[in-house]
Design a protein around this ligand. Structure first.
Ligand SMILES: Nc1ncnc2c1ncn2[C@@H]1O[C@H](COP(=O)(O)OP(=O)(O)OP(=O)(O)O)[C@@H](O)[C@H]1O
Ligand SMILES: [Mg+2]
Length: 329
C-alpha cells in the first residue's frame, strides 16, 4: 500500500516560484491499480520524480507499507528506492545488454549473488513471457517486448509498488492491451500495488480500479471508477463515458437533458417508461453504454418537447436512481 500525504514541490526559477505539486494526497491499497490522469503541465512527471526519490519534495510524505520514503537520508536512498519499481514510457533498456542482463541490472547494483540473480531473472522472464528472448538484444525486440523487459526489470528488486509512467503511450492499440493485461496479471500474481500515470483515458478504463484527476498540481477529482463515472457533472465521468457527436443545431424548442444510470438500471426501459408515464415523445439525441469499473453504465442525451413538466420528469427519474442534468431550457 502506498500513502501520499500533502505532497508539495515548489521549483525556483530565478525569483519566480513554480508550484508543481500543491498538496497531493492519495492512498492506494495493496493489489489495486490506480490511474493518475492529467494534461500537460499538470505535475505528472514531478510526482513520478518525487515518488522515485529522484527529486526531493518540498514538503509532505510518501510511505510504502508504513515506511516513510520522502525524508530518508542519502545513505538509505538505494534501499528506499527498491520499494518502488519503475516502468518508463520508452522502456529505457541498455542497448548493449541482453534481455536477461537488463533484468539482472538492478540486482547487480545491490550486489546480489550470481546464482540468485540467475534464478530470479529466469522467474521474471517466465512471468512476462520472454523466456525465449533471454539472449536477445533490445534492437531485436518489438516495442511491446521491450516494455515487457522493462516490467521484469522493475520487479527484480521485489518492490511493493509498481509505478508506471505512460507505460503504453509509445505502443499501438493491440500491444497496449497486451501490456495492460500483463500489468493486471502481475498485480494478481504478486499482489503488488500499481500506480499508472497516463494521459489516455482508455488505459484508465481498461486497467484501473480507481483514478485521480491531476490539474495544476492538485487532485481535483478522485475515486473508484464506478463512483467517478456516476457523477454526471464530473469531468472524469464525461471523459470516461463521453456522449458521441455534437449537440444538434436545428432542434425544435424544448428541453435537453442528460441522464446517467448504472447497474441493473441500465437494462431497464427508462425511455419508454418515461414516455408512457408522462404521455410525451422522447427524442434520444446521443447515447453510450459501457462496462466501467465492473458495472454497466448508460449515458443518454434526450430532448423533450415544450410543455413538459421538467421538474416532475426530473423527480420521477431521480426517484428511479437516475442522475439528471438539464442542459438547455
Ligand atoms: N525543474 C523544474 N524547474 C522549474 N519548473 C519545473 C521543473 N520541472 C517542472 N516544472 C514545472 O512544473 C509544472 C509541472 O511540470 P511536469 O513536468 O510535472 O508536468 P507533466 O504533467 O509531466 O506534463 P507533460 O504531460 O507535458 O509531461 C510545469 O509548470 C513545469 O513547468
Ligand atoms: Mg511529464
Amino acid at each position: 500500500m502506498i500513502t501520499i500525504t500533502d505532497l508539495r514541490k515548489v521549483y525556483r526559477q530565478g525569483s519566480r516560484e513554480v508550484v508543481a505539486l500543491d498538496g497531493v494526497s492519495l492512498s492506494v491499497a495493496k493489489g489495486h491499480i490506480h490511474g493518475i490522469i492529467g494534461h500537460s503541465g499538470a505535475g505528472k512527471s514531478t510526482l513520478v520524480r518525487c515518488l522515485t526519490l529522484l527529486d526531493r519534495p518540498t514538503s509532505g510524505s510518501v510511505s510504502v507499507d508504513g515506511r516513510e520514503l520522502a525524508g530518508v537520508s542519502d545513505r538509505e536512498l538505494l534501499s528506499a528506492r527498491r520499494k518502488i519499481g519503475m516502468v518508463f514510457q520508452h522502456a529505457n533498456l541498455f542497448d548493449s545488454r541482453t534481455t536477461a542482463e537488463n533484468v539482472a541490472y538492478p540486482l547487480e547494483l545491490l550486489g546480489t549473488k550470481r546464482s540468485k540473480i540467475k534464478d530470479k531473472v529466469s522467474n521474471l522472464l517466465d512471468l512476462v513471457g520472454l523466456t525465449q528472448f533471454a539472449n536477445a538484444y533490445p534492437s531485436q525486440l518489438s516495442g511491446g517486448q521491450k516494455q515487457r523487459v522493462g516490467i521484469a526489470r522493475a520487479l527484480a528488486t521485489d518492490p511493493d509498488v509498481l509505478l508506471c509512467d505512460e507505460p503504453t503511450s509509445a505502443l499501438d492499440p493491440k500491444t497496449t492491451d497486451e501490456i495492460l493485461e500483463l500489468i493486471k496479471d502481475v498485480r494478481d500474481r504478486l499482489e503488488i500495488t500499481v500506480l499508472i500515470i497516463t494521459h489516455e483515458m482508455g488505459v484508465v478504463k481498461k486497467a484501473c480500479n480507481s483514478v485521480s484527476l491531476l490539474e495544476a498540481g492538485k487532485i481535483v477529482e478522485h475515486g473508484p471508477i464506478s463512483e467517478v463515472v456516476a457523477d454526471i457533472d464530473g469531468r472524469l465521468s464525461h471523459a470516461l463515458l463521453p456522449l458521441p457527436g455534437e449537440m444538434p443545431q436545428d432542434l425544435p424548442p424544448g428541453t435537453i437533458m442528460d441522464l446517467l444510470y448504472s447497474g441493473a438500471d441500465a437494462v431497464h426501459p427508462v425511455i419508454s417508461t418515461l414516455a408512457r408515464q408522462f404521455d410525451i415523445d422522447v427524442n434520444v439525441l446521443a447515447g453510450s453504454v459501457e462496462d466501467l469499473g465492473g458495472a454497466q453504465f448508460a449515458h443518454l442525451r434526450i430532448h423533450l418537447p415544450v410543455g413538459v413538466d421538467i421538474d416532475a420528469v426530473t423527480a420521477h427519474l431521480t426517484a428511479s436512481g437516475i442522475a439528471v442534468s438539464v442542459k438547455e431550457a
